[in-house]
Design a protein around this ligand. Structure first.
Ligand SMILES: Cc1cc2nc3c(=O)[nH]c(=O)nc-3n(C[C@H](O)[C@H](O)[C@H](O)COP(=O)(O)O)c2cc1C
Length: 534
């Protein structure tokens, strides 16, 4: 059959050529037929793709349909409540709020409210009016000299490089309009981030923008940039939910003069982002680094971001907080379900604790050590709606960060092409033609609109619950159907500790005892015998 097809590819143009002798207009069809025949012949002789060798020409249909599969799924297959990672309903609420178009639902919920996993909050017969502008929190513990008044919803870390320059500028200008903060991601602080919005400068293991030629942390470069006015806080990145513990390589071919300048890296050679920091390797070392950055910034809030892995390691950090007396101002907890520009499948699918148990754990450990009131907890994990924020605050956060919903506010259609430079809406590509499609003056307003409408929704939801401040939200406010005939609140689903529970050497909560005893402040290593160590 394969051979017959190839004969056809040769015979058809030859026949057309023959007919052309009698009917010259037929020759026009060669414009189409000859290139198709050549492609078919190439397919037949090439050795890389079996499907094209066996089905020359028509084998290309497979690649075409693979290419438009996400769109076909979205437009023709998925329902309002499925679609991954974000359902159509979740995406639509972001688009509608970003465009300030109608964001109400006709005819009632499409969710199955009797299905296991369904969640809700109970309203009060004594609802309150809550001013959305009052929903801000102060970040800055006892050792911070320049506390920051933060929104309860901010833009999560995404680097220039992962995002286009127009995307970064739109986010920053949106943050300026709406008075919320914009995290640079680990790729460094660029002029695209200096559009007037509040900036959180993220310092990853590559120390981009503050690194020595050897790739270690450079205090002088850090000090100069961190002290500029628009940098409000510094975030040390320990790990990220989508690929915890995975470093990265920026290939030489992708290093443009602009990127080389922003990141302080040489042109023409690969640049490594190692899995771990070179500045410290112990829990106490991390806290000392926090103090170094605090001193270099004159007292701006310093925190770190992590995805929870081994429980004892986070407990070790808390022991180190106690032993050094150095308090981070905030901790960002990223769920294993977090997004990324590109990550190995196994890391995204199977490594790192999902947000909800991680958040409960971090809140519990800080409370157990009696330091929860000194450190703000910020969560990131698939926030799209006001309910998502209310839920994460009930469970243990003080505020939330969002990456992918902010991308949707910029026009992201979940085409799932962040890793191949072909993002059709110009958000995660460096292709200038595609980037030009993202118009900053329009998208900055959408980012600000999405933020404002979502915070308004939080104000309405907590008002309906009869609560005036997000600080008063608790784990028992979120209800969940755990079986067809069983409903529990989060305080019943998860164990919550009391203040100081981890400070007593006797009667430690049983579920924390092993991890607590294996954790020490001066190493991340596992220590079985802890006698004589703190
Ligand atoms: C395109 C993209 C780039 C990202 N880059 C970074 C980064 O540089 N540093 C980081 O800590 N997290 C990074 N993240 C993770 C997000 O900051 C966030 O923690 C995660 O996506 C969870 O939030 P979300 O569910 O709202 O997207 C990135 C995410 C995306 C989608």
């Amino acid at each position: 059959m394969r051979r017959d097809f190839i004969i056809t590819l040769i015979v058809v143009p030859a026949l057309i050529f023959g007919f052309g002798y009698f009917y010259p207009f037929v020759l026009w069809s060669l414009v189409v037929v000859v290139p198709l025949s050549l492609v078919g012949l190439y397919d037949f002789f090439q050795v890389k793709h079996s499907i094209r060798r066996n089905f020359p020409l028509i084998g290309h249909l497979r690649y075409f349909f693979e290419l438009i599969r996400p769109e076909i799924n979205q437009y023709f297959v998925e329902s309002n409540t499925d679609g991954a990672p974000f359902s159509r309903e979740e995406r639509s609420i972001v688009y509608q709020r970003a465009k300030r178009s109608m964001d109400t639902l006709p005819f009632g919920t499409q969710k199955d409210v009797y299905e296991t996993g369904y969640e809700w909050v109970n309203h009060s017969l004594h609802p309150k009016h809550v001013d959305p502008d009052s929903l801000r929190i102060t970040i800055g513990g006892p050792q911070c000299k320049k506390p920051y008044s933060a929104s309860i919803l901010n833009i999560s870390a995404m680097s220039f490089g992962a995002l286009s320059k127009n995307a970064v500028m739109s986010l920053n200008k949106g943050a300026k309009i709406g008075n919320f903060s914009h995290n640079t991601g680990e790729g460094g602080l660029t002029n695209y981030h200096r559009q007037g919005g509040d900036v959180v400068w993220q310092i990853g293991t590559g120390y981009f923008g503050c690194r020595t030629p050897e790739g270690t942390f450079c205090p002088d470069q850090f000090k100069e940039k961190a002290n500029s006015d628009h940098v409000k806080m510094i975030e040390i990145k320990l790990s990220q939910g989508a690929k915890p513990g995975h470093g990265g390589i920026l290939p030489a071919a992708k290093i443009t003069p602009e990127i080389a300048e922003i990141r302080n890296v040489p042109m023409g050679q690969d640049v490594l982002s190692p899995p771990a920091h070179s500045t410290f390797s112990t829990p106490e070392g991390l806290l000392e680094f926090v103090q170094t950055l605090r001193d270099l910034t004159g007292g701006k809030p310093i925190g770190f971001k992590l995805c929870i892995g081994k429980r004892r390691e986070f407990i070790a950090i808390c022991k180190a907080i106690i032993s050094t007396g150095i308090y981070p101002d905030f901790i960002v907890v990223d769920g294993g379900e977090g997004g990324t520009g590109a990550a190995p499948l196994e890391f995204s699918n199977h490594i790192g604790t999902p947000l909800i148990p991680a958040l409960v754990f971090v809140h519990n450990v800080l409370l157990g050590f009696g330091i929860r009131d000194k450190i703000r907890v910020i969560s990131s994990g698939k926030v799209t709606s006001g309910f998502d924020i209310v839920k994460q605050i009930c469970i243990g956060a003080d505020a939330c960060n969002s990456a992918r919903a902010m991308m949707m506010a910029l026009g992201c259609i979940q085409a799932l092409r962040c890793n191949n430079n072909t993002c059709p809406v110009g958000v995660t590509t460096q292709n200038p033609i595609l980037v030009a499609g993202l118009v900053v003056s329009d998208k900055k307003v959408r980012v600000a609109n999405y933020h404002k409408e979502t915070v308004n929704s939080v104000a309405e939801i907590i008002g309906t619950m009869g609560i005036e401040r997000t600080e008063d939200l608790r784990q028992w406010h979120i209800m969940k159907r755990t079986a067809p005939n069983e409903v529990k609140h989060y305080g019943e689903i998860y164990e919550y500790l009391h203040e100081g529970d981890l400070l007593k050497d006797e009667n430690l909560p049983a579920t924390f005892e092993r991890a607590y005893k294996a954790a020490v402040a001066d190493t991340f290593e596992h220590i079985e015998d802890i006698s004589g160590r703190h």
